[in-house]
Design a protein around this ligand. Sequence first.
Ligand code: HEM
Ligand code: HEM
Length: 183
Amino acid sequence: MSVAPATTKYPLTMRLLHWLIGILILGMIASGWYMHGLPDEEPLKEELYSLHKSFGITLLPLILIRLLVRLSSPIPELPPQMSWWEKVLSKLTHFLLYLLMFSIPLSGIIMMDYLGIFPLEWFGVFTMPDLIPDDMDMFEQLGEVHEILAYSLLGLILLHILGALKHRFMDKGKDTDVLKRMI
Ligand code: HEM
Ligand code: HEM
């Protein structure tokens, strides 16, 4: 990874992947929350679970591609006018966002492998191999982990958005608008 001046934009591929993955992840959190609350007899529930899992499986390689593009692209350095704690907070938030973007779909896939009852299908096109012996306890525990990680990600995304808006609208007289580098 090389560093570019703070005034340059993120490379186009990174900008496209940021917004595509961002929208998909917000959709995953919304669908997860909604489908979990539906009564079992609701016909939509099964359809939503299946879409949630297929989109979740799709996100894993997309996020991996994004990380590889990031590691091989020139990334604009943070504006020099940002204070040291804003830089630390921004870097820490981005690191945690990447960590959660990987661990949430992985926890979902492994959790379903432990359940074993339903074959894990990707949009009905292919079936993921069942690699781990079934274990109901592990399934339930990973379900909890999946939920905690997903809602932590939501909290972090809100912080991330608030940070971007603060730099755009509240940092008067400073050139710290990082949003224009991502659009
Ligand atoms: C970035 C990707 C993902 C995000 C952000 C995400 C988010 C969520 C959220 C917010 C919930 C609701 C939790 C609750 O309120 O109990 C949920 C539930 C669930 N997710 Fe995901 N998920 C992702 C990927 C996956 C994947 C890849 C799978 C499986 C292949 C999966 C399987 C499930 C299942 C089965 C539930 C329902 C658990 C239950 O009803 O107790 N998720 N997910
Ligand atoms: C309305 C929603 C969002 C806004 C306004 C926004 C804004 C931004 C901005 C301005 C940057 C660049 C920061 C910089 O130049 O240092 C950025 C980077 C980033 N955003 Fe977002 N974002 C949003 C949603 C999301 C979502 C949903 C995710 C996924 C969880 C996400 C993950 C990231 C990550 C990981 C980076 C770091 C990029 C890198 O350096 O590799 N963002 N975002």
